[in-house]
Design a protein around this ligand. Structure first.
Ligand SMILES: NC(=O)c1ccc[n+]([C@@H]2O[C@H](COP(=O)([O-])OP(=O)(O)OC[C@H]3O[C@@H](n4cnc5c(N)ncnc54)[C@H](OP(=O)(O)O)[C@@H]3O)[C@@H](O)[C@H]2O)c1
Length: 362
């Protein structure tokens, strides 16, 4: 797929937030490889230098700081806003709101004042919550189901309101679960399958929809350059979605282990999660089981990417099989599947996944 040539006004610097993250760093590499001048906001310049290509301008600071934000947006043409607080249990509600909503507002204000040529806001399909009637498109009812999804929903609404009220040229991306080499969120799933410990809660019947990181980067760049993206929302996913059971079987086939087959009901874990949260949260204690983690096994996520295809010419290039193979290879090379480079990697079951401090995708 070819990314449209930037318009003449796009010769200004391109600003990327979340550039030290999984998707942001891939986006910066792609932009720099294409000859664009890139600036990033990073909380650690050392880390940014470590993961980003040379020649990138680094503004060190926190996105919640108005001075940092206005310095970073000054003179920028296209802004890609990818930074977000994800669902780490250690963060309180306020942190989600400060970063995913508050910092988004600071950026939008600066973008409005600075007359940026495009503001690509990265949201999530998580704003739709559980998809009862798959596949969902951009018009599917909203149903954010946790603090992260609610803050992303608010951030997205805010971005669109700046487009409507002030004419900021906003384009919103709603990616499905992002994966690929460099990602460690889906590592636990691969690891559990590799160790033959992945349990099919509720039979693994729910759908799961992923997008390979480089396909997403191509999609985001379309939102940053295509004239038809302005004022619009686009779901960016892979070509296909599968049930968790099918996905686990594909991973098992890639890893050369038998497909998971042990089935357990999810309900007891949901009830236990509710009780733990009710007791622990008021005491400020990390609950040992979270409802949000059980959601991974019970909430269905299946989407259509027709709008992005039709209006922007978006086409995922990496099939699920190929993406899984590349990701598994990266895990293998880096010893993440319990081989030499990571000798202490613990074996894990689905039950342990529910109770430990891991992060769960989308
Ligand atoms: N991963 C998924 O499956 C998924 C699915 C759908 C949508 N999304 C959305 O896609 C985007 C990228 O996701 P990702 O998984 O690639 O992200 P990620 O790896 O979690 O990276 C998050 C980035 O945000 C930065 N950040 C967080 N708080 C910040 C703050 N206060 N000031 C400055 N920077 C801050 C982090 O910087 P540090 O390095 O300093 O921590 C990091 O660079 C996010 O908007 C996310 O909500 C993700």
């Amino acid at each position: 797929m070819t990314v449209p040539t930037p318009s003449p006004t796009d010769d200004r610097i391109t600003l990327v937030t979340g550039a030290t993250g999984f998707t942001g760093s891939r986006l910066v590499h792609a932009l720099v490889a294409d000859g664009q001048s890139v600036r990033v906001i990073a909380r650690s310049a050392v880390r940014a230098r470590d993961v980003l290509p040379g020649g990138v301008e680094i503004i060190e600071g926190d996105l919640t700081d108005p001075v940092t934000v206005s310095r970073a947006v000054h003179g920028a043409g296209v802004v890609y806003h990818l930074a977000a607080v994800y669902r780490e249990a250690k963060h309180g509600k306020l942190t989600y709101s400060d970063v995913n909503v508050g910092a988004t507002k600071l950026l939008l204000e600066a973008a409005r004042a600075g007359k940026v040529t495009r503001f690509v806001h990265c949201s999530t399909v998580g704003v739709h919550g559980h998809i009862a009637r798959p596949p969902a498109d951009e018009q599917y009812p909203f149903g954010p189901g946790d603090v992260y999804q609610r803050s992303k929903y608010e951030g997205e609404r805010l971005a669109l309101s700046y487009a409507e009220r002030y004419g900021v040229p906003v384009a919103v991306a709603r990616p499905t679960a992002i994966y690929g080499p460099g990602d460690t969120r889906l590592l636990k799933l691969f690891r559990m399958v590799a160790k033959r410990r992945f349990l099919l809660l509720d039979g693994g019947r729910v759908f799961y929809h992923m997008v390979y990181v480089d396909d997403l980067v191509r999609g985001l760049r379309l939102l940053g350059s295509h004239p038809r993206a302005v004022g619009e929302v686009f779901i960016l996913g892979g070509e296909e979605y599968r049930t968790l059971a099918e996905l686990a079987s594909m991973i098992a086939a890639e890893l050369g282990v038998p497909a998971p087959w042990i089935k357990l009901p999810a309900r007891p874990f949901q009830m236990l999660g509710s009780i733990c949260e009710r007791v622990c949260v008021p005491l400020g204690i990390e609950p040992p089981i979270h409802r949000r983690r059980v959601d991974f096994y019970t909430k269905s996520r299946a989407f259509t990417i027709e709008k992005a295809k039709r209006l922007l010419g978006y086409r995922p290039l990496v099939s699920l099989e190929e993406g899984i193979a590349r990701t598994a290879e990266w895990y293998r090379i880096n010893g993440y599947l319990g081989t030499s480079a990571d000798p202490g990697a613990p074996a894990e079951t689905s039950i342990e996944h529910l109770t430990r401090g891991s992060r769960t995708p989308v």
